[in-house]
Write a protein that binds this ligand. Structure first.
Ligand code: IPE
Ligand code: IPE
Ligand code: MG
Length: 240
């Protein structure tokens, strides 16, 4: 398939692991394990395709509400995935960024994250951002807090706050807004993902469950994107 207009940045809500497992009569964690394989494939594929930024929602600030055993499993999976994949990502020129409230994680995860980020910092092929304990409202509140602190210390005037400054105070500073948002698993909601950043993103929803989301499925999303006219408030005639 030749795809003409590629998104620079794709953001994905990877949903449907639990239902994938349930459909197969297996425990939910089997779905999460398979979900990691989809992550691997999609990261490779985005690299091959020349996508510059990929942002994945791996664990939301609301996912703590799940049964303790599932949360524990997801944390272990996160640690083992970081441990096992970082070298390969580095070899493939991927820069890894982790966004989300890391304060609630133990020293082991924080150390792994810091190591992965510094190791891959100069890589240019693809920027892979993984959101863990992330919430869009948390991100906005953090930005507000950071700007308020600058005002309190006299480094910023209230009148000088701009959209640009807010964007630079968010966890995604330096990363362009997503061009394409994908949610697998059939739900048509944002679930507190990148609220500020998705303002003008093209939205794509598919019933395919995340463990089944492969290159063919990504190509379908890419061709849907390529067929859209992004008007950003202008008329269609202005765009043509
Ligand atoms: C997404 O799959 C993975 C995480 C939220 C960690 P789910 O676990 O939400 O799968 P479903 O929605 O129950 O099928
Ligand atoms: C969203 O999926 C979060 C992640 C994919 C990490 P959920 O399955 O938690 O979303 P809701 O709660 O059904 O909206
Ligand atoms: Mg879900």
């Amino acid at each position: 398939m030749t795809i003409t207009l590629l998104p620079r940045h794709i953001a994905i809500v990877m949903d449907g692991n639990g239902r994938w497992a349930k459909n197969k009569g297996r425990p939910r964690i089997a779905g999460h394990r398979r979900g990691v394989e989809s992550v691997r494939n999609i990261v490779d594929f985005c690299g091959q395709r020349g996508i510059e930024y990929l942002t994945l929602f791996a664990f939301s600030s609301e996912n703590w509400r799940r049964p303790r055993s599932e949360v524990d499993f997801l944390m272990e999976l996160l640690v083992s995935t970081l441990e096992n994949e970082v070298q390969k990502l580095h070899a493939n020129g991927v820069q890894l960024k982790i966004i989300g409230d890391l304060d609630s994680f133990g020293a082991r995860i924080q150390k792994l994250v810091a190591h992965a980020q510094s190791l891959t910092f100069d890589n240019k092929k693809l920027t892979l951002t993984v959101a863990i304990n992330y919430g869009g409202r948390w991100d906005v509140a953090e930005a507000a807090r950071a700007l308020a602190a600058k005002i309190a210390s006299g480094d910023l005037l209230v009148a000088d706050i701009t959209e640009q400054l807010v964007a630079e105070a968010m966890s995604t500073a330096g990363i362009p807004d997503p061009d394409l948002f994908i949610r697998t698993g059939g739900e048509t909601r944002i679930s507190n993902f990148l609220l500020w950043q998705l303002a003008y993103t093209e939205l794509y929803f598919t019933d395919v469950l995340w463990p089944d989301f492969d290159e063919i499925q990504l190509d379908l999303a890419l061709s849907s994107f390529a067929g859209r006219q992004r008007r950003f408030g202008r008329t269609g005639e202005q765009i043509l």
